[in-house]
Design a binder for this molecule. Structure first.
Ligand SMILES: *Cc1c(COP(=O)(O)O)cnc(C)c1O
Length: 226
């Protein structure tokens, strides 16, 4: 793999990123990082985001990360934002810069073993919806402590809003996660996606994870990318 360039895509992504930053500013966000979510998009999308000024991308599927980057870390970071099975940690270790979905002690142990000192976020479940991952908010402080004791660098918290109910439905969960972040004295608050990023910014997100607003409709994930 070397640098992959699609000039039309570069222009489109740069323009959409500018629009996205306007949305964030309009919502009152000042120092909010945009993490472009490139799952199921070709690797050109990652490079386009990088060339538009983003310093990391978000990916959900272990197999896809390895296939896209062919074992060679790119000059930008890769945040793993999908549900993470412990048996996938080893293949991701050379490529992933931040693990955003740490939600159970077994995953803490595996990361501490395979990626000592890894940068992580603890994912909090604010919806109770299956398939989203995250630990119950009441368990998050203990998981943060456990991760710190295991030598992981816990940078903050991450959560995913509800699928149904519109952006407002996400507000109570986002607010609770930000309050916990402050109580724990952590920095990074990763919340908000294309549909609910304004609410997330209003509730104190320091990073939004955005796919479709930057890259358009996402091709479905196939079994082979996971
Ligand atoms: C896919 C995904 C996103 C981006 O979703 P969009 O609606 O396309 O912005 C953000 N966070 C997580 C955890 C995701 O899986």
């Amino acid at each position: 793999m070397s640098e992959t360039c699609n000039p039309d895509l570069d222009l489109l992504v740069a323009a959409r990123l500018a629009e996205l930053r306007e949305r964030i500013t309009a919502a009152g966000g000042r120092e909010v990082t945009v993490l472009p979510v490139t799952k199921t998009f070709p690797v050109e999308a990652c490079w386009a985001a990088y060339r538009a000024g983003c310093t990391a991308v978000g990916e959900n599927y272990a197999q896809e990360v390895v296939a896209k980057f062919d074992g060679t870390p790119p000059p930008f970071g890769i945040h793993f934002i999908g549900q993470l099975q412990t048996n996938k940690v080893r293949m991701l270790a050379p490529l992933v810069s931040v693990y955003e979905t740490v939600d159970r002690p077994s995953l803490v142990r595996e990361l501490a073993k395979r990626v000592p000192g890894a940068q992580v976020l603890v994912q909090v479940d604010t919806t109770g919806e299956p398939g989203k991952g995250g630990c119950p908010i009441d368990d998050a402080a203990q998981l943060v402590d456990g991760a710190l004791e295991a030598g992981l660098r816990v940078r903050g918290l991450m959560t995913v809003g509800p699928t149904e109910g519109g952006a407002e439905a996400a507000r109570p969960g986002f607010r609770a996660v930000r309050a916990l972040l402050d109580r724990l004295g952590l920095e990074v608050c990763s919340m908000g996606m294309t549909a609910d990023l304004e609410v997330a910014v209003q509730e104190g997100a320091t990073q939004v994870r955005v796919g479709s607003a930057l890259f358009g409709r996402r091709p479905p994930a196939t079994a082979s990318v996971r």
